[in-house]
Write a protein that binds this ligand. Structure first.
Ligand SMILES: [Mn+2]
Length: 366
């Protein structure tokens, strides 16, 4: 039996400029990526796995330094009894100029070359690992053009960074059905950041630490084993924090304090203190309540590790007064028409308010 851990898309060195983090949070998150990398390596040592697979985008070449790559090497060096296999992705490309080529790697580390699909045998494990590294940021190469097929009687594993979902992808499109019939015992994929167990023998590990609000929910690492042709894989939650999005629907009966309370109660206290939240406010807000997202955020600062508010609410109106003031124009007619429907119904009421918002803006425009 062989046991392995499969990771990828760590993006060490990321500066988090695409996320609306303040510099402090961005830096803290950057350090958390390093910590998680260290935790993963420690786990491979503690679990005494046979292999650690890193399926690309281990780091962000744009921000990475020689000191950083040495830190990667020295961290991996600690796992001296584990076979570590690296295939570069589109963010950590392998070419003459790349940091990968500027340090000496210990013997237990294999970094696949970008020439084509490579193969490395591990005779003591009766295992062949196949892999391919990117040498540029975009790539539509057919890396299987001269592939002779797997070696029967051995454990065969493919590690690769690419896209099995989009045939037109500029990021190494891979045909899932083609891959399936090649007969690998396991295909460890990188590139898509959402963890995804595609089949019993194929998985995207996803980013062990989620990197933005596009990467919601649980993230972790894949741990697996192959025993007599029988592959078992699991996603093990491993991230130190999660990105979470919650929607809070308010109505005109909510006061300011009610709104704050609902935001505070969107999750358990200890979760609020640890995760990164984006709260979407929706519904109709009482005309005496003023929603200022920065004020709300400040008021709730002590409850959250990180809080972002998106205000999608619409303002309540004094309908009778508005109708009276506008009885001879389209706004008045619109209110009359809508009043014939059931305004207790939330959807109808929202439709009315959205319509009013447009008409009122039009009026101001005149
Ligand atoms: Mn990536």
């Amino acid at each position: 039996m062989i046991r392995f851990i499969h990771i990828g898309d760590l993006h060490l060195g990321l500066q988090f400029q695409n996320v609306s983090f303040d510099p402090h949070t961005a830096n803290e998150r950057r350090l958390e990526l390093w910590n998680t990398f260290q935790r993963i390596v420690n786990k491979t040592i503690e679990d005494e796995v046979d292999f650690l697979f890193i399926a690309g985008d281990l780091f962000e070449e744009k921000y990475f330094t020689l000191a950083d790559i040495k830190r990667v090497r020295d961290t991996l060096k600690k796992a001296e009894n584990i076979n570590i296999v690296i295939t570069a992705g589109n963010h950590d490309t392998l070419n003459k100029k790349s940091l990968y080529t500027m340090v000496d790697w210990p013997e237990n580390i294999t970094i696949f070359a970008p020439a084509g699909l490579g193969k490395k045998e591990f005779p003591d494990k009766n295992t062949c690992i196949y892999g391919y590294s990117w040498d540029r940021g975009e790539n539509t190469k057919d890396i299987f053009y001269d592939f002779k097929g797997i070696e029967k009687g051995k454990v065969n594993i493919l590690i690769i960074h690419g896209d099995i979902f989009d045939k037109e992808s500029p990021y190494l499109p891979l045909d899932k059905n083609y891959l399936d019939q090649l007969g690998f015992d396991y295909i460890g994929l990188g590139h898509i950041h959402k963890p995804n167990i595609i089949s019993k023998k194929m998985a995207y590990c996803g980013s062990p630490e989620p990197l933005n609000f596009g990467e919601l929910g649980e993230h972790g690492i894949i741990q697996g084993s192959i025993d007599n042709g029988n592959t078992k894989i699991d996603l093990l939650p491993f991230s130190s924090r999660k990105f979470l999005e919650k929607t809070i629907v308010i109505d005109e009966n909510f006061g300011y304090v009610d709104i704050l309370d609902h935001i505070k109660q969107c999750d358990k206290e200890e979760e609020l203190k640890n995760n990164l939240y984006r709260i979407k406010l929706e519904g109709i807000v009482n005309k005496n309540v003023e929603i200022d997202v920065q004020d709300i955020r400040k008021s709730l600062e002590s409850h959250f590790y990180y809080l972002e508010i998106r205000d999608n609410t619409i303002m309540d109106y004094d309908l009778d007064r508005l109708e009276e003031d506008n009885k001879d124009n389209i706004i008045g007619h619109f209110i009359q028409k809508m009043k014939e429907k059931d305004l207790e119904d939330r959807v109808t009421r929202e439709a009315l308010y959205i319509g009013l918002e447009v008409l009122m803006k039009g009026k101001v425009g005149i």
